[in-house]
Design a protein around this ligand. Structure first.
Ligand code: FAD
Length: 507
């Protein structure tokens, strides 16, 4: 029998991975009989038949799939240590959900926060963050703590090594905002100030970026190790095979995959999604080579379809109410009201705000949003009667919810869990109309603490790493995913150093 090339396509994600029919095809395995060696057997059991033969276009030390905050952060220590990194991105632009996000970074203990006089111990801030994660049904709490504790160093690294610019927390901490919130330079929605300098630093260190190519398969060698990946161009007219000592899957969550949401979190299948970046391809590719998926049925995180508005409640007094005038969720959370809106089948909700917000630290975000969404912004209204009539909310209900709101802020006590912005809303009032969307998933590929992909029996899938929202241990947000990426990048520097010294010894 003619022996074929050593390199095999071992994990495959078909082009139309969004349909349930392909979902099962993605996870199917094809045993190739002619592979008989013991090492080859493990890999061969995941081989996908009838694929074009592997033909490498380029070789690199580490191949990072996905260029959100995780992938970009992962590449930094590797390039700084002198290793080659290729980053592949299925979209034409870099950044993924990370770039589109509201930019609220849950960071503790960074230099810029300390300089702003925030001296609260990280362990104390963790208690607050932990409560939030538990409320969101997040399961990997111990590792989350590790990432939270590493978030300050992540922010410092980006500021010191890449000139990423964060806003001075003093500009918004007077508003009573959480002490572990860090914002990009221009406030809500300005992730460009953080990610563009990071991208430019990677470029200057020699990173190779390949945009518009989607990873559709993993490539295995004769020892059963993952040693590269296959990519197809957006029009499927071109294909590239890239060889690497290690592959890092940093492809984000699966909030945009209707098929995966239906399979794992069917309660949320009829809620729309904000982006197209997170369609779970990384999870399917890892699963296709024996990686275990876990926690996929953890709660799906929802937010506003105009994400900056969901973040306003951190920085000024706001009130979130249903069309019938019922208060929905704590306003100093980007997710609570969206979830309550879906659970209550309200369809949409209002965020009521005043000049205290539009003239506060996030005035840029308010002005930009209001001018972009003129038909969603109602007001100004001089009193509650005008607000009720303008938004078609029953006046008696509106008066009741405002009375409750006033006593909540006066007593600084909220049954829905709010912990900041204890200021009354004073007319003129404005109302912003918004709808809930899926924005983030927890759960994904099972890994150890260095990001090494693990099988159901806890065995490492050699050569394959996963980090950020694609991983079961990631997904808590920008800063944690950035810290996770950095951590995996550093772990791979050690691995590559070991390989190098072994190679030198054996020479
Ligand atoms: C609307 C919205 C608002 C948010 N606001 C906040 C916030 O304020 N604070 C916060 O902490 N978190 C927020 N989040 C969550 C945050 O964006 C994510 O936790 C974080 O961006 C995940 O980073 P990541 O690098 O793991 O994934 P991503 O940033 O999604 O990056 C993954 C990248 O991989 C690419 N990719 C996927 N599949 C492939 C493939 N097969 N081949 C090649 N490339 C591929 C994608 O195109 C994408 O660029 C928000 C999310 C959304 C959607």
């Amino acid at each position: 029998m003619k022996r074929r090339s050593f390199f095999k396509i071992v994990g495959f994600s078909a082009a139309a991975c969004v349909t349930p029919a392909v979902l099962s095809a993605c996870t199917s395995q094809t045993v190739v009989e002619e592979e008989t060696g013991s090492d080859a057997a493990a890999q061969a059991s995941y081989e996908i038949a009838d694929q074009p033969e592997v033909s490498f276009d380029s070789t690199t030390d580490v191949l990072v799939v996905g260029t959100g905050v995780t992938g970009l952060s992962c590449a930094l220590p590797l390039l700084q240590a002198g290793y080659q990194v290729t980053l592949c991105e299925k979209q034409e632009k870099l950044g993924g959900d990370s770039y589109e996000s509201a930019g609220i970074m849950y960071v503790a203990g960074s230099k810029i926060q300390k300089q702003a006089g925030i001296t609260t111990k990280v362990s104390k801030l963790w208690d607050q963050r932990k409560a939030q994660l538990e409320e969101a049904n997040y399961s990997n709490i111990d590792f989350s703590r590790k990432l939270f504790e590493a978030s300050g160093e992540w922010a410092d690294t980006l500021a010191d090594d890449c000139n990423a610019v964060f806003a001075d927390p003093q500009t918004y901490s007077e508003e009573g905002t959480n002490e572990y919130i860090l914002l990009p330079k221009n406030g809500i929605g300005d992730m460009d100030s953080v990610l563009a300098p990071l991208r430019d630093t990677l470029t200057s260190l020699g990173a190779v970026f390949q945009t518009g190519y989607r990873c559709c398969a993993l490539i295995g060698n004769e020892k059963g190790e993952i040693c590269g990946a296959r990519f197809v161009s957006a029009d499927q007219g071109d294909m590239k095979d890239i060889r690497a000592a290690y592959v890092v899957m940093a492809t984000g969550g699966f909030a945009s995959s209707q098929a995966l949401i239906e399979a794992y979190a069917p309660d949320w299948v009829r809620v729309g999604c904000y982006t197209v970046a997170s369609d779970g391809q990384g999870q399917l590719l890892c699963e296709g080579v024996g990686g275990q998926l876990s926690g996929m049925d953890n709660a799906i995180i929802l937010t506003s379809d105009v994400p900056p508005v969901a973040a306003w409640g951190y920085f000024g007094p706001t009130l979130d109410i249903s069309p019938l005038g019922v208060r929905l969720g704590r306003e100093d959370s980007m997710t609570a009201s969206a979830r309550a809106c879906v659970v209550g089948a309200d369809g949409f909700w209002w965020t009521i705000f005043t000049n205290a917000l539009s003239e506060g630290s996030q005035s840029r975000s308010v002005a930009q949003t209001v001018s972009s969404y003129k038909t969603r912004t109602y007001g100004p209204f001089d009193d509650l009667e005008a607000l009720a009539s303008g938004c078609n909310i029953p006046l008696d209900q509106l008066e009741e919810v405002f009375d409750d709101y006033d006593s909540m802020v006066d007593n600084k006590k909220d049954s829905l869990g709010r912990t900041s912005q204890w200021t009354r809303l004073e007319a003129p009032y404005y109302a912003f109309k918004q709808m809930p969307v899926r924005c983030l998933t927890h759960g994904g590929v099972t890994t150890d603490d260095t990001g090494q992909v693990l099988s159901a029996t806890g065995q490492a899938v050699a050569g394959l790493y996963c980090a950020g929202s694609a991983a079961a241990k990631g997904g808590q947000g920008l800063a944690s995913n950035g810290a996770f990426g950095l951590l995996v990048g550093r772990a791979l520097v050690e691995k590559l150093d070991e390989r190098k010294s072994q190679a030198e010894t054996s020479e």
